[in-house]
Design a protein around this ligand. Sequence first.
Ligand SMILES: NC(=O)c1ccc[n+]([C@@H]2O[C@H](COP(=O)([O-])OP(=O)(O)OC[C@H]3O[C@@H](n4cnc5c(N)ncnc54)[C@H](O)[C@@H]3O)[C@@H](O)[C@H]2O)c1
Length: 366
Amino acid sequence: MRAIEVNLVKDTYKVLYSDIQQGIQTIQPKSINGRKIAIISDEGAANDNLDVLKKALSDFSIETIEIILPPGEKNKELMVVGNIIDKILSKKFERGDLIIGLGGGVIGDLSGFVAGIVHRGVRFINIPTTLLAQVDSSIGGKTGVNSKYGKNLIGCFKQPELVICDINSLSTLPKRDLLAGYSELVKHALIGDAELFSFLQDNVKNIFNDYSVLQEAIYRSALVKADIVMKDTHEKNIRAHLNLGHTYGHAIESYYKYDGRLLHGEAISIGIIMAFKTSFSLGLCTTDQLHIVEDHFNKIGLLTDLKSLNGKKILPEKIIDLMKSDKKVTNGSINLVLPKEIGSVEIRNDVNESVILDVLHETFNH
Ligand SMILES: NC(=O)c1ccc[n+]([C@@H]2O[C@H](COP(=O)([O-])OP(=O)(O)OC[C@H]3O[C@@H](n4cnc5c(N)ncnc54)[C@H](O)[C@@H]3O)[C@@H](O)[C@H]2O)c1
């Protein structure tokens, strides 16, 4: 069974690449027998996977509590956190019991946050069922929910004790969500693994049809993430590289109010191209590099700007305001992760607003 071992100062855990049944069988029965297990999922993820998970858990002597939410980013809300906590506490959920998150990044962020705060922290296993969650959100322990002031502004670090990535669960994932996850997969190549980007270029036509290619890409992309998290768990320095495309992306996403018109990963592919354009304006990267990445996104079917999205005219100044309320702002200046070349980035907090405005105008076609 292929695995990545995430070794942190306080926590060590494995990210397993196996089917759910095999992954669950790695749990020591004595560590969960007699315990309650709260499974938190949503209707999209629970689809086939919940039955598979329940069957895998049936070998243990446990009591399960199922919480299946409607799908969507709207679940990342304090009210939903409170409802889940009320429900599990009403079932006498104890400090030594276990939460399993079964779903995409939304369920991972939400269930990890619940696991981080209920009884001041309980055990947590993450079973990511979207591409985005398998390459990115399930690794590193960032959990949380959104605030009306911006995305992911409320949360905590809560590392899982095990992550199980079953590639078969991706077979039911809608193509749009698969593509959205692909933008985070590529992001890891762009910040830390130029060879992975070449691999993706070579396989751009067949990556979603050939699971051996996709599995290799997921593993190598997740390795970049795990490596960064191991070097800088609490984002004191290089973990911020993972925010490539996110300062622009989060602002655009927040502008659309998470109503489904633009998925997180779609905002990130646009944000990555905006970061490349900013880099190019500052002379940090060449136009060739920008066009290679733009071309790759176009070939795979990811958005590179907002021109195709209908709606009222977007004011770039409004997006700048949203960028300023992002948690990546320090002392009022906007932090941007900017590509130097494919596989390498740097953080800048001194980019002139006029440069950012030009990039925003170009992206919205004003
Ligand atoms: N914690 C982190 O480090 C981190 C990193 C990146 C993104 N995120 C967060 O991740 C979230 C986005 O995650 P996402 O793109 O996975 O979205 P998501 O969790 O909303 O899942 C997308 C959709 O796919 C459905 N779904 C999930 N698994 C499925 C399956 N196997 N088959 C069919 N449908 C399935 C869900 O029901 C949902 O409708 C955002 O909230 C973002 O902020 C967190």
